[in-house]
Each structure stands twice: as C-alpha cells, then as structure tokens.
Design a protein around this ligand. Structure first.
Ligand code: PCA
Length: 197
C-alpha cells in the first residue's frame, strides 16, 4: 500500500462564535488514516487569505488530496460540496471586515468547478456508518466557497484532488434549537470519509 498525503483544513471561529466545529473536528483526527498521512491546518475566515494559506501549505508539502472542512450553521447533515462557484457574496463581514457583494473570486475565471475528490464514495461510506450526510450542490458564496473555488482553480489540470465538507453546528453553539451534531460523530464521519477517498 502506497502512502499518500492528505492536507486537511478547518476554520477559525467567525460570526461571533467562540469555536468552529470544523477545526474542532479536524484537530482531533489522527496523524494517519487508511493510506494517508494527515497534515492539519487551521485557516482564517477571510476572503482570499483563507485560500492563500491552504495553497502555501500545499506548495510546501505537495499533498495528493486537499480536503477543506467548514461550518454550515443551520444544516443538519454533513454535506459533501460538489461545486465551487466564481462569486463572492457575504451577508456578514469576514474576520478581516470584508463584505463583498456579487464580485467574482477570479476575474475572468470560469463560472464553476466540480470538486475533484470521490464525493459519492465518501457519502456512501459515511451513510453506512449511520451518520446523517448528503451530497450538496451549493457551498454558498461566502468564505468556504471562496476557498473551494480558488483551490479548484489553482489545482485544475494537476494531480492534486480538492474537496470540501460542510459540518453542522455543535450542540453548544445552538441557542434557538438549530440543528446540530455531536463532535465525536463529526470526527467519526471525517475519518470514515478519508478512508473512503
Ligand atoms: N463556514 C463559512 C466560512 C467559514 C466556515 O466555517 C462558510 O460556510 O462559508
């Protein structure tokens, strides 16, 4: 079995929260999963800079696969994002105070890219574990989509595969009965998804 490299990222907190489930879960992953050695990176919730941090690390370690994980408050399932679109539109400012309206991420870049990881295999594997998950065709137009689109643009035509997984709130983040998922369950789901890559 050949050893491959996975770069997996989670975000810092944003939107007045004190934690982000994406980084909470990613930081708990082991150093090795299946045939992958795992490098973890926490990235800022900032347009452009979030993606730049991932690209810098990827250029340093040359991963076979890059998986980015982000919080999707309000969603009840783990979502495997299939599409990154070339638009920035924010309803709240990012952590640098930037709040774009209807701007392209890459001027004259193509409209969208499909994620290049084995999303169907990951969804099936996580479902088999009995964890709520789904394929998603909208990563939004905020920083998560910014990171996904920028990476797919940067690594288009290379052997580096890029994917994005949105995770629900943790129970302690919900104040008004929004959907949520236990951290342990999210960690199991990520492990299982990586094994299925
Ligand atoms: N979720 C946001 C950005 C950072 C995060 O964890 C999003 O869905 O765009």
């Amino acid at each position: 079995m050949s050893i491959k490299k996975l770069l997996i990222t989670g975000f810092e907190p944003f939107d007045g929260q004190s934690i982000n489930p994406s980084w909470e879960a990613v930081s708990r992953l082991p150093e090795k999963i299946g045939e992958y050695t795992v490098t973890k990176l926490k990235i800022p919730v900032e347009f452009s800079r979030g993606a730049e941090c991932v690209i810098k690390k990827a250029e340093e370690i040359s991963p076979d696969v890059i998986l980015c994980v982000g919080q999707a408050g309000g969603r009840e399932k783990i979502c495997f994002e299939r599409i990154g679109v070339n638009i920035r539109n924010a309803s709240i400012a990012d952590n640098a105070g930037v709040k774009p309206t209807d701007e392209p991420i890459i001027k004259d870049g193509r409209e969208a890219f499909f994620s290049t990881v084995a999303n169907r295999q990951m969804v099936d594997a996580v479902k088999d574990k009995g964890i709520a998950c789904a394929m998603s065709y909208h990563a939004g137009a905020y920083v998560c989509n910014d990171v996904l689109y920028t990476l797919l643009h940067r690594f288009n035509g290379t052997d580096v595969k890029v994917g994005f997984i949105h995770v629900p709130y943790l129970p302690e983040q919900t104040t008004k009965g929004e959907p949520c998922m236990e951290l342990d369950e999210i960690v199991v789901a990520l492990n299982c998804a990586i094994e299925a890559l």
